[in-house]
Design a protein around this ligand. Structure first.
Ligand SMILES: Nc1ncnc2c1ncn2[C@@H]1O[C@H](COP(=O)(O)OP(=O)(O)O)[C@@H](O)[C@H]1O
Ligand SMILES: [Mg+2]
Length: 288
């Protein structure tokens, strides 16, 4: 069983008399210990997906499982427990992640206080986390005296305070410049490696797709393609840039989205002939 399983997930928001379909049959599989990016334009459903995985919102239909939790059939009490034990969350707005009147270390300790972690363990763990994000020298600083990148680092420590197996990050580099954003991403990669935390980073920035092992494109509330980093031999000996390979995702019913340029090049209309030839499946223009 994969750690995260989303199958044919729909989320419909009702606004006055209108229905907004934010997710339309989304599929997603994530293994324990993976770090993936979900990349898509604004309005494609990224935040909706993360909010559902975080237990902040519930899907209208479909299957969503995270570990032992079935997110469609949880009671209110289970949702509270799920959020406390299973997930850490990182918001795009640096200010939303931290309490302005608490120091960096106090911010990291707060979720542990709420979870009833004893004082000595709290002190030990918060020091460790502040060290992990490289901010030992900023322990007593309040957020306003930290840079945007430093604030996101503290926020990562806060999100990890209660050792959640899953970390969800909604455009965590959205308010940062490129260089600082790259540092935050490399920290997330490091957290994934060192702590084994499963991480999902959501972003509208296609450049982020290449900084993780696997990136999934989301369009109109549905996952469409997957990009995997192929570690080449040159890379292993310290050479050139990574290559990536792009895959189309097929859902459980066998639906695949054919890239627009292929449809046009082959002159395909709304009816195609599907043939199996030599172990491949070929789509051909209907003749009549
Ligand atoms: N609370 C809500 N009420 C109504 N519509 C919403 C709500 N949240 C999101 N939407 C709509 O759902 C779609 C997907 O939104 P969202 O998940 O925020 O996209 P993204 O994070 O990729 O920009 C958009 O059309 C958005 O307007
Ligand atoms: Mg969003």
């Amino acid at each position: 069983m994969p750690y995260i399983l989303c199958n044919d997930v729909f989320k419909i928001y009702k606004v006055a008399d209108l229905e907004v379909v934010a997710l339309r049959g989304l599929d997603l599989l994530v293994e324990r210990g993976e770090i993936i990016a979900v990349v898509g334009a604004s309005g494609s459903g990224k935040s909706t997906l993360l909010n559902i995985l975080a237990g902040y919102d519930s899907p209208s239909a479909g299957t969503v499982r995270v570990g032992d939790y079935d997110l469609l059939s949880m009671t209110r009490a289970e949702v509270v427990e799920y959020r406390r034990r299973e997930v850490g969350f990182l918001w795009q707005q640096t200010s939303r992640n931290l309490f302005p009147y608490l120091t960096a270390i106090e911010n990291v300790e707060l979720p542990m206080i709420l979870a009833g972690v004893p004082a000595d363990e709290r002190a030990r763990r918060s020091q460790e986390l502040i060290g992990l994000v490289g901010l030992e020298h900023r322990i007593k600083h309040r957020p306003e005296t930290l840079s945007g990148g430093e604030q996101q680092r503290v926020a990562i420590a806060v999100a990890l305070a209660n050792q959640p197996p899953l970390l969800l990050a909604d455009e965590p580099t959205g308010e940062l410049d490129d260089e600082t954003g790259a540092e935050v991403l490399s920290l997330l990669n490091q957290v994934n490696r060192d702590l084994g935390t499963t991480i999902i980073v959501v972003t509208h920035d296609p450049a982020i797709a290449t900084s993780v092992e696997r990136a999934i494109a989301i369009r109109d509330g549905k996952t469409s393609t997957e990009i995997r980093r192929v570690v080449t031999y040159e890379r292993k000996i310290g050479g050139t840039a990574d290559r990536t390979r792009e895959y189309q995702l097929m859902d459980a019913s066998g639906r695949v989205q054919v890239p627009r340029q292929f449809i046009e090049a082959a002159g395909l209309g709304d009816r195609v002939v599907v043939e199996a030839i030599d172990g491949s499946v070929v789509l051909r223009k209907a003749e009549d």
